[in-house]
Design a protein around this ligand. Structure first.
Ligand code: 13P
Ligand code: ZN
Length: 275
């Protein structure tokens, strides 16, 4: 089967397009990776070439040894994925030590996987273990309102989580573990990857101050929907803050506790502090 005919590749490409339409991928902004299932790898294996050299990942992901990923290329524009998937995407394989990768398909005009490959792979490693293999998608984008909030809210996950939850009733149901926030760091290396993956141990949402967001999920719809929910809540908060420096009324901690009971989610008390 042609790579672009596989269902998971179609889903991946659609999400690139959807993210572009949201305005989350200026230029080459953002990157995206999918941990392929064995049957999906088998389906398109006939297109793979094993001639490219192994290259350093820049970190260690031993629990991902032998795994295959569909990833976006570094410097490639999400907006070009639809018309030229083979030039902008790659299928990579991880070596037996989990320290190297090689390109098996794609990036036909040259290039390498996203510069955030260390973050993507370290996040995948944490989620593979923590969700019993269920999470397969790691998505990074640059959504305006989420980034804007990192200039005005304290960079504390309790504050970000609580403020976002208050913006839409269903937020605590959609991201009950809240949103982690990390201070500004140089992107693209092991250090930010380690920090992010520590946050992914107990969150599906990690906000990078003055940069963007990383979300993890089981499939493309869930991951895109999660990102969209966080960004929409952030947009409402930006609107509220632009109208007044205070809220006249909001959802109170007791309301969240009732919601948690009704929807069967566990909301940690540290997010429900008295203001
Ligand atoms: P890449 O083009 O290397 O994926 O970088 C884009 C980006 O958003 C870095 O954080
Ligand atoms: Zn980025």
């Amino acid at each position: 089967m042609q790579v672009t005919e596989a269902k998971f590749v179609k889903g991946f490409m659609k999400m690139c397009e959807d993210g572009c339409q949201m305005g989350w991928h200026e230029r080459n902004g953002g990157n995206f990776s999918y941990r392929m299932r064995e049957d999906e790898t088998a389906l398109i294996r006939e297109n793979f070439s094993y001639e490219k050299d192994w290259a350093e990942i820049g970190t260690e992901v031993p629990d991902l040894a032998g795994e295959h990923f569909l990833v976006t290329g570094s410097g490639k524009f999400f907006g070009n994925v639809k018309t030229d998937p083979e030039g902008n995407l790659a299928v990579i394989e991880i070596d037996e030590e989990g320290t190297k990768y090689r390109i098996l398909w794609g990036l036909k005009d040259g290039g390498v996987p996203t510069s955030e490959l260390p973050s993507h792979l370290m996040n995948h490693q944490v989620k593979k273990k923590g969700t019993n293999g269920k999470h397969r998608v790691i998505y990074h984008c640059h959504p305006v309102h989420t980034i804007a909030l990192t200039f005005v809210l304290p960079l504390q996950e309790e504050v970000f989580t609580r403020e976002l939850w208050e913006m839409m009733t269903e937020c605590p149901v959609i991201f009950p573990d809240g949103a982690a926030v990390i201070p500004w760091m140089v992107p693209g290396g092991k250090e930010i990857a380690v920090r992010s993956s520590q946050c992914m141990e107990d969150h599906d949402v990690v906000i990078w101050a003055h940069h963007g967001i990383f979300c993890s999920g089981e499939d493309f719809d869930q991951t895109f929907g999660l990102t969209h929910t966080v960004e929409k809540a952030a947009e409402i908060l930006c609107n509220v803050l632009a109208m007044a420096p205070y809220k006249r009324q909001t959802i109170e901690p007791e309301g969240f506790r009732e919601l948690a009971k009704e929807f069967g989610v566990n909301l940690q008390e540290r997010f429900l502090y008295e203001k």
